[in-house]
Each structure stands twice: as C-alpha cells, then as structure tokens.
Design a protein around this ligand. Structure first.
Ligand code: ASP
Length: 429
C-alpha cells in the first residue's frame, strides 16, 4: 500500500468510526500517557486548549441564538412554569448533594489524624460574601452587549429571554407589517442557531484529540498525588459523586419511568467532555446536542434549562464543599456540631449557585462555606495548609465535580420536559 493510501485510511477510520468510541480511546490513552510520562507531558497542552477554546468560542453565540428562538416559540406562561420547575429541581438536588458530601466525609473522615503543623505556604485569602439581592440584581445586564462579550451567562440569559418574548409578541401582531418584521427577526435567529449546531458538530470531530491531551496533562501533573496522602479525600469526594450520579439521579429517573441505561447512553459525550474540560459552560454546546439529539428534549426547553443549569446548578461542587469543609476541620482537629453542618448545607447550596461554570471556581467558593462556620484563611495557619493541600489536587476533584454538575443539568432538563409533556418518548423505548 502506498503512503498516501495508508494515511487516507487513518483519516477515513477517524471520521467514520463512532465518535464516542474515539473520545473514550482518547480518555484512556491520555490517562495512561500522563501517568507514564509525568509532568513533562504538559508539552501537549496546546492540543487540549484548542478544544477548550473552540467550545468556549461557541458558547455565548449559542446561548443567545438558541434561547431567543426558544423564548420566542414558547408562551410566556409556559416559560414561567418551566422556569419554576427547573429551579426547584436544581435547588433540591443541590441540597441533597451537600448532604451526600457530608455523609461521605463523616463516614471516611478524610484529614483526621493529619494534625497539620502551623506552617503553610498558602496566601491569606479573605472572602466577601455577596449579598443575595445584589446577586439577583446583577442578573439584569446594564449593557447586554457587554454581558455577551464578557461571557456573563446569567445576564445574557435574562436579555435573551426578554428579547425572545418581545420577538414572539411582535411576530403574533395583528398588524401585517409588524408580524412580517417579527418573523424576519425570528428567522435570522433561527438560522444563526442552526449554524451554531453545525459548528458544534464540527468541533466535536476534534474532541477525541483534545480529550487525549487534556486528560494526559492532568494525570501527568496530579495523577500520582491521588494515590498518596490525599487519596482519601479524592476517594471520599468520588464516592459522593458516584452516589449522586448513580444513586440520586438514578432514582429520580426510575421514579419517573425513564430508562436509566438510555439516559447514560445519550448523555455520555457531554459527561466525558465535562470530565476533561472541567467546565460546565464550556461543555454546554455538547450538553445541548446530547439532550436534544439523543434524549428527545425539545430545543426550546433545553436552550433555557441548560445554560441556567450550567451557571446555577452545581451538585458536584456542592458535594465537594461538604467533603472539603470536613476535610479541613478534621485536618486542623476542629469538631463540627450538627448545627454547623447544617450551616454548611445552606451556604454550600448558595456557594454552588454562585460558582461559575469554569475550572477551579468551586475551590474559591469553598472559602465562603468555610467563612460561614467561622473559619478564615490566614497566611501561615494550619487551615491555610489544609486548604493548600486540596488546592494541590483541585484539577482531579474538579473533573468529578463538573461531570456531576453537567449530569444534574441533563437529568433536570429531561425531567422538566417530561413533566411538560414535551419529551420525545419514542427515543426512550
Ligand atoms: N468546574 C466546575 C464547573 O464548571 C465548577 C467548580 O469549580 O466546581 O461546573
């Protein structure tokens, strides 16, 4: 066989074989390469950054266009009902998630007996707790174009929703001129949204290579640490993620007569992408594609519930907060009362809402949770040492957090579609 024929064979295999299989192979080979080569594997980081940047490039235009189309094709009253349902789902599962995290940490007791010395190299960090009204007010963009270009998801959702509702009102106007103009705006947004979906499909063709590089770098830098002294924290957190994904979401799906295996089959690409990119917002294009194409959710529902979920629904982050709060208090030999654990549940839910869907966000918001039980991080203190320890393996913990976060968004979205009678059940049988 000539050289040309051989390389076209590899190309053909690449583009014609199953995407998921390729992504899984990337994941596997990446992890092995990372563990074998160690930190030096970081030279292939650009291959991973390429995937992350491509996904990020598409996120804001995708949210804007698909949400405008979604809001314009839905009755405002229906939108309100979907909004309320998904919000309740997100809040309740987040509270359950912190409970799971605390239960796991009480069981495994990570950090106990560590008796940290009072010397640490973590810098002192102060945390200003944002006021609840401010969080709400900040959802309204002072400048929608600024929000869009700055990547601010919640304000963009708000603007896209009101704009979409406006389009729907103009479109259904009695006056022919207005109805025509409204229809034109709708068609433009609809066309743009379709283009975005095509671009996502194209970007995903590159995903296996990006996944390979991203996972290799994390395992190269941090993989070995997970087997060392921090193994118990990693294990505790991952036990929590597994219970949330397989147990809590599983029960929710089964109770709603949705086939468990079918869900995971349809959601796999998004779950793996979340795992390696460590970003719910970065994964959004894949999440949207999976729920609409594989799980039968209409775009008008997914375009609203998923960007919202990627911003406010962070069950994995909530579990992590429960586990790490207990790790830190155990490590410095502090006992937590039941009331303090309850405070952790409350603040962790708020902190997970406040965490952005980007890598490492949860680790910063953990400071808010620690603050709520009277722990501040002073430079050189033992608390700072314990915090620095978990920061050292944050990428590993973040992978588990993000896969849980994104799975929770998808379960909520499927459930709300089903409750609204909008789920294409034929895909589930
Ligand atoms: N990386 C997580 C996400 O994007 C947030 C976190 O750091 O907990 O969902």
């Amino acid at each position: 066989m000539s050289k040309g024929q051989k390389s076209s064979g590899i190309f053909r295999w690449y583009f014609q074989s199953n995407l998921l299989l390729r992504i899984l192979l990337g994941l596997l080979f990446g992890a092995v390469l990372g563990l074998l080569v160690g930190p030096r594997v970081a030279v292939i980081q650009p291959l991973g950054s390429l995937l992350v940047n491509l996904l990020k490039m598409i996120v804001m235009p995708l949210i804007l266009t698909s949400l405008v189309v979604g809001a314009a094709s839905i009755q405002p009253r229906e939108l309100g009902k979907i909004g309320l349902r998904i919000f309740l789902f997100y809040m309740i599962t987040s509270a359950l998630a912190v409970g799971v995290g605390l239960a796991m940490a009480n069981l495994f007791k990570p950090g106990a007996g560590l008796e940290l010395a009072a010397v640490a190299d973590a810098a002192g960090k102060e945390f200003q707790q944002p006021r609840f009204v401010d969080t709400l007010l900040n959802m309204i963009p002072k400048n929608p174009f600024g929000a869009l270009s700055g990547g601010a998801v919640l304000p963009t959702i708000f603007f896209a929703l009101v704009f979409g509702i406006g389009v729907s009102v103009v479109r259904s106007s009695q006056e022919e001129r207005l109805a025509k103009a409204g229809e034109a705006v709708f068609t433009v947004f609809e066309g743009c949204a379709e283009v975005m979906y095509i671009l996502v499909r194209g970007i995903l063709q590159y995903a296996p290579i990006g996944v390979f590089a991203l996972i290799a770098v994390v395992f190269g830098k941090q993989g070995s640490k997970a087997f060392g002294s921090l193994g118990l924290v990693t294990l505790t957190a991952y036990a929590g993620f597994a219970i949330q994904i397989a147990g809590i979401y599983g029960i929710i799906l089964i109770l709603n007569k949705l086939r468990y295996g079918r869900f995971f089959k349809g959601a796999r690409e998004a779950m793996i992408t979340a795992f390696v990119t460590r970003s719910s917002s970065g994964t959004l294009p894949v999440t949207m594609r999976n729920v609409t194409e594989n799980l039968g959710v209409p775009r008008k529902v997914a375009s609203f519930t998923l960007p919202l979920g990627a911003t406010i629904n962070m069950d994995g982050t909530a579990i992590y907060m429960g586990v790490c709060a207990l790790f830190i208090t155990n490590a410095v030999g502090m006992d937590l009362t039941l009331a303090q654990q309850f405070t952790i549940i409350l603040t962790a839910v708020l902190a997970s809402i406040g965490s952005a869907g980007i890598p490492g966000a949860g680790a910063i918001m953990l400071l808010m949770v620690l603050n709520s039980i009277g722990i501040t991080i002073e430079a050189g203190s033992s608390v700072a040492a314990a915090y620095a320890m978990i920061l050292g393996i944050d990428a590993l913990l973040d992978m588990g957090r993000t896969i849980t976060n994104v799975t929770g968004d998808m379960v909520g979205t499927v459930l709300v579609s089903q409750k609204e009678g909008e789920l294409n059940r034929s895909l589930w049988d």
